[in-house]
Design a binder for this molecule. Structure first.
Ligand SMILES: [Zn+2]
Length: 96
């Protein structure tokens, strides 16, 4: 029996990557819990010389890119145009 965090590592090792919402759906826990898991996974996979690569969230209205974000949760509002139509971050585990 795999732990939820092991399952998340497996899901994120697939090529296309996953959003927080997809991970939450696939592991049956709230997005908030998945975000906490990712924070922990991010630390533990370092020992395997791997890291989480994040494709940043982008505002669908003005194309503002949320790059260099340290928090795992998705942004809700664009700081440029205040739109709430934000495409979510996509997480993937890669070898570093
Ligand atoms: Zn915007």
């Amino acid at each position: 029996m795999k732990t939820r965090r092991e399952k998340i590592v497996e899901l994120l090792s697939e090529n296309e990557g996953k959003t927080l919402l997809e991970l939450a759906d696939l592991t049956n826990v709230p997005v908030k819990v998945v975000a906490q898991d990712l924070d922990s996974v991010r630390k533990t996979i370092r020992y395997d010389n791997k890291r989480i690569e994040v494709r940043p969230a982008v505002c669908m209205n003005c194309n503002y890119t949320f790059s260099g974000r340290s928090r795992i949760s998705d942004p809700h509002k664009c700081p440029e145009c205040h739109s709430e139509r934000i495409s979510p971050q996509i997480f993937r585990i890669i070898s570093s």
